[in-house]
Design a protein around this ligand. Structure first.
Ligand code: AHM
Ligand code: MG
Length: 317
């Protein structure tokens, strides 16, 4: 099996970019270790703090964020890092060629139930005309992502990487402390009648979404009604869609009037959209392709509909 280092060299990935990917993966191995120790290392439970999103931080959110920032700030090729857990970008190296944005631990509500959680990341080019820590560094389009991926801390730790227009899956060998390629050029399997959405928001969705989801489960409207799965962790739900097909949706809702969309464009929607599109699926908001968007605010939120191309088209019509 090919190690991640052999793979990146084989793919002729820019050497500096390779080093940035390795820094992210070193951090993810430390996080995987902490997650694996669970209650024994005292990392479960909440802190007293709220993050910039107004959410109470879990201890593991804070620890994972710090592990990533420590690893990235040691890498001379990283200009700045933006995290879902930080108000502002963190400046790293004035001459670094790359920006890294991440959700250090997606699916935080699963931490204390030993459920699926993961690190989502994207790498963008640094812009020379701007200060290293300027928020404007990150105001780029989804197409400018150089690579993106996630590490899912499940029964095994899996890296899913979108690079050079393809998606590859790697599994962490805990004894060797290295990721090895386990699926080459993953293509999202078509035809699966399965959706992933938080059904408890049903009465708060726009009418078109209520009608659409009803059309997938009403036996009077469809011969073979869809199955539903919801992990409460985008990283786990999108991993299922990439692995066996179907569709993931987090549409707008009116539950919190000042926050119509939940998922973050930079840390969640952009990287997942690159993965899904590189795996030949589609990724949209309610009005267009996610990758066509340009970030206007660091912590911007967007509706997300992604997965099997046919299912996405049916959902947004
Ligand atoms: P987080 O990044 O703070 O963990 O929040 C994002 C998560 C996604 O992983 C998931 O799809 C969604 O929030 C779940 O939300 P809900 O509370 O509606 O189940
Ligand atoms: Mg998240």
């Amino acid at each position: 099996m090919q190690s991640i280092a052999e793979f990146l060299t084989d793919q002729q990935v820019d050497e500096k970019l390779q080093q940035v990917i390795h820094s992210i993966l070193s951090a993810s191995k430390e996080i995987a270790f902490q997650v694996g120790m669970g209650a024994m290392s005292g990392v479960l439970g909440s802190t007293e703090n709220e993050n910039v999103q107004g959410e109470t931080q879990k201890k593991l959110d804070v620890i994972s964020n710090q592990i990533l920032l420590d690893n990235l700030s040691k890498n001379q090729h990283v200009r700045a890092a933006a995290s879902e857990e930080e108000d502002l970008p963190v400046s790293c190296h004035e001459k670094g060629a790359f920006l890294v944005a991440f959700d250090p631990l997606d699916g935080s509500s699963n931490i204390d139930i030993n459920g699926q959680i993961g690190t989502i990341f994207t790498i963008l080019p640094a812009q020379d005309n701007l200060r290293a820590d300027a928020q404007e560094q990150f105001l780029q389009s989804g197409h400018q992502q150089l690579c993106a991926g996630y590490v899912l801390y499940g029964p095994s730790s899996i890296l899913m990487l979108a690079i050079n227009g393809q998606v590859h899956e790697f599994t962490l060998d805990r004894e060797k402390s290295d990721f090895f390629k386990t699926t080459n050029n993953l293509i999202l399997p078509p035809g699966r009648k399965e959706f992933s959405i938080n059904m408890s928001n049903f009465y708060f969705w726009p009418g078109y979404m209520q009608t659409h989801i009803q059309s997938l489960i009403n036996p009077e409207l469809i011969d073979e009604p869809f199955n539903m799965r919801w992990n409460g962790a985008m990283v786990g739900d999108v991993h299922r869609v990439l692995s066996r097909g179907g569709i993931f949706l987090y549409p707008t809702d009116t539950k919190k009037p000042d926050q119509p969309a939940k998922l973050r464009l930079l840390y969640e929607a952009f990287p997942m959209a690159l993965l899904v599109e590189n795996a030949k699926g589609q990724a949209c908001t309610e009005s267009g392709r996610i990758l066509d968007l340009t970030l206007t605010e660091l912590h911007q939120r967007v509706p997300v509909i992604m997965g099997d191309a046919e299912l996405v088209q049916a959902a947004i019509q």
